[in-house]
Write a protein that binds this ligand. Sequence first.
Ligand SMILES: [Zn+2]
Length: 200
Amino acid sequence: MLQNVEYVKTDSFSSMDQSPPPNEFKKTLDKPVTQIATNVEKISMPVTRAAEDVPYWLSDCLKDAQNMIIEHHHEKPDDLNFGDCATFLAGKTFGVKIQNNGNASGDINLIRDLPSQPSYKICIHDMLDYDTRDNRRMVTIILIHQLLHAIHPSRIHDSTNEQNGINRLEHEIANKASYHDGLLNLESLYQSGKINRCHV
Ligand SMILES: [Zn+2]
């Protein structure tokens, strides 16, 4: 939660008006007013950007999904630069946002011919745009599914004789992590036609 750290910075800066400045700010205050204004802008920019990019609870779900994969999925990623899922997930960049892409539960900008794709954008259906316990667990499973697409871009949804498909892996990981309720709630949404299955 680096975003919170940035908030602390901003708060302590504004509180300087009422109290003597801490030592670390003395140097800044000696500078001309214009220089101070520039510094304020530099401090506040990351806060705004982080808040717009990923709501905090989606960041939590992404972290949970990554940890569940690291704990329960031990096959090597397609990208041969990474020996396991932990180094793969740490070495790539993932952005998550709420966006309805063809009514799919989730979507990812996967480039199948590029196993070394450095960054990914994942979308979550806007029907799940509320921070509730049920939504968190469904969103975490959807994120697991999309992260598995990134880890194994060569695989299709269904299993073959040679290897497990993305859907099977998603169910295995969710079950091992005791996310049965999330799986059932998602299945119910699919059956009702309120959202569609992933079409990546
Ligand atoms: Zn999929």
